[in-house]
Write a new protein. Structure first.
Length: 717
């Protein structure tokens, strides 16, 4: 299908037309009339709490491996002794018995646990309460319900006159389900929680932003069912979380299947929404559903947030994961190969290092793998890796990543490199006698540069949890080195560790203040220590660039070259200072400054190549609202923002949303002057009871990633 062309849903309601009434149907004796279904009523008040689906606005959402009830309403009194009922269920586009997509359930006296079955629970005149069970490996998705009756020798099938359906989801509360998780507090967090935090920034200065997952918001289930349909999965594959999660990792991005989000980590974004502006998944998913066109734009934060929403909505326990200093290995070498020029500035390369990268973990067993590889599986919806010809990634067993078992599916090599690849730096320089000829020299191997502070939201609270130990053994330990070498054996560069880099006698270290606020001076320092018994003369060249979080340079901010003599056993340093006037107009999304360093030791010919990232911190929004609200009663929320800069902010936009409180809302604002404080008041009408969170954000031409949140308790009227 051509890119950009609207795609139509394939869903067809495969039901038969109702049989026409016979002359007997008009008989005066009611007992002679055929028993005809008039309606189906799914019992949300009963099924919802039992199936943990009561937060859905839809009436007919249940989980597999567990029974549920429905009331069948007939045109006359049901005779349990003589009348016969059969419930027919149809799923998919071409229901067939041999595919398990056309099921006929004779309604008996008792259900049969662990398989598709149906039974009369209670008969009361024209109303019959039936109970239906499904197996723990049933196909997930939408099921059309047809009721067939046999009464007084007459057969009748419900059809277009009474179209009803229910939606079947994964059931992590069911022991037989592939997604089973035996911990109620984790299920509350990883399936039911509509609000969370996504972590970003620099490893030495980790920031968090609230994110509205909103998996129970109106319309989101329909979006996820359409994604499932468009994914191209076979009906049988829809039984397993392995294939569903893999399919969703490709459907959340738009690169192959007209999926949800167009990836664009760098601007401009004139024809869409900047990725840092989204507060949550709801607005993104609903826009895609309404337009049937990929939404512009997203990057790893929004890809991960949307993926969490989709997986939780379908019933797969899921969480967003952030890896700081995340390597992207494009040539399957299982090392991160960096090439620099004679000034230490990186040359174009397919491999790149992101300051941070977000993916997801989904909880499931792995029946396709040997025992011991179930549990958390890494899945990544950001379109940066082609797997089997498609931009998809995972599910990859986290335990396999830790042990360097990169031969196990799916995409374990890529995830391993992201968290534990060694960084190999090569310098490219020209032959002074032949400028068309270049040399490449390996300068250093950095064994602990990749994979720092792998983070997710902690269960049951708003704190960050460090889960690095799940992905790798302690950096530099024997176990960690064994895992790296084990992985490299299966890479495209198995000789990576045969070259030995000799130990040099001058140590270098780059540092900056951990937390620099937007509008403050940036000071970065190159420290040097001479471990020899002789003086060392060093020429240091420092280049500061604005940078995207993926490591791509966006423009030079400043440059400095300095000669330093270090006494035997002594230390020296070189400072570089950047003022707001120098950097403000050059910063891009995420407000990152990247310093490249090239240092030469004249006597020994030692060459040091290094880099250092610095991310400027934006202020927070101040949000005020009543701590208690009432359903269907208006309340006011106030957002306060102060411009911390000495320049005017234009293109100012506030955004606000909260599950059960406020649908996503965009509020443009006039330019905001230097140091000026503005206040915005919005009225909201809560729709659901319970503890809820409203989230707001602010973006402008020079300041982004400004967020705030307010938790409230909503009570019944």
């Amino acid at each position: 299908m051509p890119r950009g062309q609207k795609r139509r849903s394939k869903t067809r309601l495969l039901v038969e037309k109702p049989q026409s009434e016979s002359t007997d149907d008009a008989a005066t004796n009611p007992a002679d009339r055929p028993l005809r279904l008039e309606g189906i009523l799914f019992l949300k008040d009963e099924n919802g709490p039992a199936h943990h689906t009561d937060e859905f606005v839809e009436n007919c959402v249940v989980r597999r491996g567990q029974s549920f009830s429905a009331n069948l309403l007939f045109n006359k009194k049901f005779n349990q002794k003589s009348d016969k009922l059969t419930i027919e269920l149809q799923s998919g586009n071409n229901p067939l018995p041999n595919k398990g997509t056309l099921l006929r359930l004779p309604v008996g006296g008792a259900v049969k646990e662990g398989q598709w079955s149906a039974a009369v629970e209670k008969a009361d005149g024209e109303k019959v309460k039936v109970r239906i069970t499904s197996p723990a490996d049933a196909i997930i998705g939408r099921y059309i319900v047809i009721v067939e009756t046999m009464s007084a020798g007459k057969k009748f099938r419900s059809g277009q006159k009474v179209i009803s359906y229910f939606v079947l989801l994964f059931n992590p509360w069911c022991k037989g389900d592939q997604t089973y998780l035996d911990d109620d507090t984790k299920l509350e967090e990883y399936v039911l929680n509509e609000h969370g935090y996504l972590y970003f920034g620099h490893k030495d200065n980790i920031s968090q932003r609230p994110w509205v997952f909103g998996q129970f918001e109106p319309g989101i289930l329909e979006v996820c069912l359409l994604l499932l349909e468009w994914s191209g999965l076979s009906d049988n594959a829809k039984r397993t979380a392995v294939w569903v999660s893999r399919a969703m990792s490709k459907m959340v991005n738009s690169d192959d299947d007209d999926g949800v989000l167009v990836g664009k980590p760098s601007g401009p974004y004139l024809d869409g929404t900047p990725p840092v502006s989204w507060n949550g998944s709801v607005e993104i998913l609903l826009q895609w559903f309404q337009e049937r066109q990929p939404v512009k734009y997203g990057e790893c934060v929004s890809f991960s947030g949307v993926m969490t929403t989709v997986l939780r909505c379908l019933g797969i326990p899921a969480r967003s994961i952030t890896n700081f200093e995340s390597a992207v290995d494009t040539d399957a070498s299982l090392t991160f190969d960096k090439y620099v020029d004679d000034q230490g500035v990186p040359l174009p390369s397919d491999d790149f290092m992101a300051m941070f990268h977000l993916w997801n973990e989904a909880w499931m067993t792995r029946p396709d793998l040997p025992e011991g590889y179930g549990g958390w599986q890494a899945v990544d919806a950001t379109p940066q890796y082609v797997s089997n010809g498609v931009y998809q990634c995972g599910p990859c067993p986290v335990s396999a990543v830790k042990n360097g078992q990169v031969y196990l599916p799916f995409d374990t090599r890529f995830v391993f490199a992201a968290v534990n690849a060694d960084v190999m730096t090569f310098q490219v320089f020209a032959d002074p006698e032949d400028e068309d000829n270049t040399y490449i020299a390996k300068r250093n191997v950095h064994k602990s540069a990749v994979g720092w502070y792998i983070s997710t939201k902690k269960v049951g609270c708003n704190e960050r949890e460090d889960i690095t130990e799940n992905y790798k053994y302690p950096e530099g330990s024997d176990q960690e080195r064994v895992a790296v070498r084990e992985a490299a054996r299966y890479g495209s560069y198995p000789e990576a560790y045969e070259d030995v880099i000799k130990k040099e006698d001058v140590e270098f270290y780059v540092n900056s203040y951990a937390k620099i606020k937007m509008g403050e001076d940036i000071q970065i320092t190159l420290y040097m220590k001479n471990n020899s018994k002789e003086s060392r003369h060093v020429t240091a060249h420092l280049t500061a660039n604005a940078s995207y979080y993926t490591g791509t340079p966006a423009g030079k901010i400043g440059e400095l070259e300095k000669d330093v003599t270090i006494k035997p056993g002594g230390e020296e340093f070189v400072d570089m200072k950047l003022t707001p006037k120098e950097y403000l107009d050059k910063l891009v999304e995420q407000a990152i400054v990247k310093l490249f360093v090239m240092a030469h030791v004249d006597t020994t010919k030692q060459v040091y190549v290094g880099e250092h990232d610095c991310r400027l911190v934006s202020p927070d929004l101040v949000m005020k609202a009543p701590s208690k609200m009432t359903v269907d009663k208006q309340s006011d929320v106030t957002v306060e923002f102060t411009n911390p800069l000495d320049v005017k902010l234009s293109q100012a936009v506030f955004r606000m949303e909260g599950p059960g409180l406020q649908k996503p809302k965009t509020i443009p604002h006039p330019p905001i002057g230097p140091k000026r404080t503005v206040t915005l008041t919005e009225s909201i009408i809560p729709r659901k009871v319970g503890k809820k969170t409203i989230v707001a954000s602010f973006t402008s031409d020079k300041l982004q990633q400004v967020t705030g949140e307010k938790e409230v308790v909503v009570k019944k009227a």
